[in-house]
Ligand binder design. Structure first.
Ligand code: FES
Length: 165
């Protein structure tokens, strides 16, 4: 099993990019969300080291920065993989077996939904409905949609993507 991805960035790793972001702001509390959005855009997640610096810059407790970051689903607290897999758990997909498809992907990748493989290749998430219910059960890898999924098709789809790089 591949170990999970870890947040390993240090203060030195994040400092330069954060200084660039902070230069557009005045250091006021209400700037927290746009700063978090810009930080995530730079790092593809919110490193703990960056959250500490943001808390100092805005002079608010670290717990407030974490509180906001964990409240909004758009913010990721662990590094994202190069490929983002989303398995639909909407009603149409659910009744056609999306839970089994998800379980098979989790088994093959050795991670649970919400996690990233230790080699940083895949992040696995679930979504409510991707708007392709006629193809249920569905999943996506980045912008590609895969319909009529089954546990058998999982290896095929994951294999295709790793060859595509
Ligand atoms: S419920 Fe899965 S695509 Fe709509």
């Amino acid at each position: 099993m591949v170990p999970l991805a870890k947040d390993t960035l240090t203060k030195a790793d994040v400092q330069e990019k954060l200084e660039d972001i902070f230069s557009h702001y005045r250091g006021e509390r209400q700037e927290l969300i746009p700063i978090l959005q810009e930080t995530q855009a730079k790092f593809r997640y919110l490193p703990a080291a960056a959250m500490r610096e943001i808390s100092k810059f805005l002079q608010i407790p670290e717990s407030s920065v974490y509180g906001v970051s964990t409240f909004y689903a758009q913010f990721k607290l662990t590094p994202l993989g190069r490929k983002l897999i989303r398995v639909c758990r909407g009603t149409a997909c659910h009744v056609r077996g999306s839970a089994k498809v998800l379980a098979e992907i989790e088994k093959q990748l050795g991670i649970k939904a919400g996690e990233t493989t230790g080699d940083m290749e895949y992040t696995l998430e679930t979504v409510a409905c991707i708007g392709a219910c006629a193809l249920a059960p569905t999943m996506t890898i980045d912008s590609e949609t895969y319909g009529k999924m089954s546990t058998k098709k999982v290896a095929e789809v994951l294999g295709d993507r790793s060859k595509a790089g």
